[in-house]
Write a protein that binds this ligand. Structure first.
Ligand SMILES: Cc1cc2nc3c(=O)[nH]c(=O)nc-3n(C[C@H](O)[C@H](O)[C@H](O)COP(=O)(O)OP(=O)(O)OC[C@H]3O[C@@H](n4cnc5c(N)ncnc54)[C@H](O)[C@@H]3O)c2cc1C
Length: 367
């Protein structure tokens, strides 16, 4: 008899797990609460122009296996991601470049503060970490208000971990945001990639699954890969996990070819209600000369699960650990968490795929 597995969620993590298991002869049922697959990376097209309802997604990885898998299932075109940051009338590169700072009126102060930085950053919290990287003035211009808008809280209440790998002051003139050896954008969008991963799975759309549903949905001993948020999965029994959501509002600009200096423009101005604007068309050079573009603005503070909140006291991570403990305690089924929601971590797409593949391999090894 064929071995079986239940997967909750048809984002990249659940779909990658489904791919790996079905390749090894498993019969896999994927239950997805939405009416469409793809989760966060699902993209849409309007008049031949791509846009991303859940935010800009650029594929970048150093994981060769993951790159080989995604490029086998979808055609990727080369794209090197650039982000601009608007400070008054200036568009600076993001991550900030040392060589561009002299155009700011505050440069003498900034230069002095940079020369007085401590040798090791003070990682007491997000704010102390950033100030010790770039000085008070540059932090105030580029980071403080953006962070307040993004997280809806004072930066000194965030853990320094929110800055790791994201906040940088570069001196090497490398303007691409990412340094990974493999980077690109799928020519026909991410949804095609997810559909490819799910090709052999049995899909149940519009079906939210919680822990109590498992008695009906799967047999005792059957493995379950959970890619939904664990507080939802356990009916919020231990209380809700804190998330920061964003709302994306798109605008079609019918006659313009491209309207921004880069795919993403960050806006740290406290009087501007959005954090950044996104023009996904930048990713596909073959479209650049065509008229019509779509700009999406990201407004923070929506009731959706975009970013887990890394509070400096660590309360959210402690609650997540308690939910993970409930997973391990389940005596009826092997419950394996994978993906951004179930691990309550910001992870990139390649990591979500890797977690899905690893969860599947755990099941294959145990079978
Ligand atoms: C704004 C933003 C921008 C990003 N940009 C990038 C980028 O440029 N590059 C990059 O590599 N990564 C980026 N990421 C990260 C990327 O979005 C994630 O790594 C990836 O989408 C995670 O996939 P996942 O399957 O873990 O989660 P999801 O895509 O969220 O999939 C989970 C799925 O589970 C479903 N689900 C949830 N609860 C239930 C339930 N109870 N029952 C059934 N189904 C359920 C959901 O509907 C969803 O389809 C970005 C993230 C954000 C927030």
């Amino acid at each position: 008899m064929r071995k079986t597995c239940l997967i909750i969620g048809a984002g990249l993590a659940g779909s990658a797990a489904a791919w790996e298991l079905t390749q090894h002869g498993f019969k896999v049922r994927v239950h997805e609460q939405a009416d469409v697959v793809g989760g966060h990376v699902r993209n849409e097209w309007l008049r031949g122009i791509p846009y991303e309802p859940h935010g800009a997604h650029i594929f970048h990885t150093a994981d060769e296996d993951v790159w080989n898998l995604v490029t086998k299932l979808a055609a990727f075109v080369p794209y090197r991601h650039r982000v601009a940051m608007r400070i008054r009338s200036h568009h600076l590169s993001w991550p900030l470049q040392h060589a561009e700072l002299s155009q700011l009126e505050e440069w003498p102060e900034i230069e002095f503060q940079l020369s007085a930085r401590p040798p090791v950053p003070d990682s007491t919290n997000f704010e102390t970490h950033c100030v010790s990287l770039m000085g008070e003035t540059l932090y105030g211009l580029a980071i403080r208000e953006y962070t307040r808008k993004q997280w809806g809280r004072d930066p000194d209440t965030l853990s320094a971990s929110a800055a790791y790998g994201r906040i940088e002051l570069r001196g090497d003139g490398h303007h691409d945001v990412f340094r990974d050896p493999y980077q690109g954008w799928p020519d026909r969008g991410y949804t095609e990639l997810v559909e490819g991963l799910l090709e052999r799975a049995e899909l149940h759309l519009g079906q939210a699954v919680t822990h109590t549903d498992l008695v009906e949905l799967c047999a005792p001993g059957e493995p379950v890969i959970v890619t939904s948020a664990l507080d939802d999965f356990f009916g919020c029994g231990l209380g809700p996990l804190e998330w920061r959501g964003v709302r994306l509002k798109s605008e079609l600009v019918p006659h313009a070819k491209l309207v921004q200096p880069a795919m993403v423009v960050n806006d740290p101005d406290a009087t501007v209600p959005w954090t950044r604007s996104i023009e996904t068309k930048w990713a596909l050079e073959r479209l650049h000369s065509l008229p019509g573009t779509i700009v999406m603005r990201e407004y923070p503070g929506a009731p959706s699960k975009h970013y887990p909140v890394p509070d400096s006291a660590g309360a959210n991570r402690a609650l997540q650990r308690s939910y993970e403990h409930l997973l391990v305690q389940d005596a009826r089924n092997l419950l394996i968490p994978a993906g951004r929601l179930a691990t309550y971590r910001y992870i990139n797409m390649d990591q979500a795929i890797r977690q899905g593949l690893d969860a599947a391999r755990r099941i294959l090894e145990a079978s």
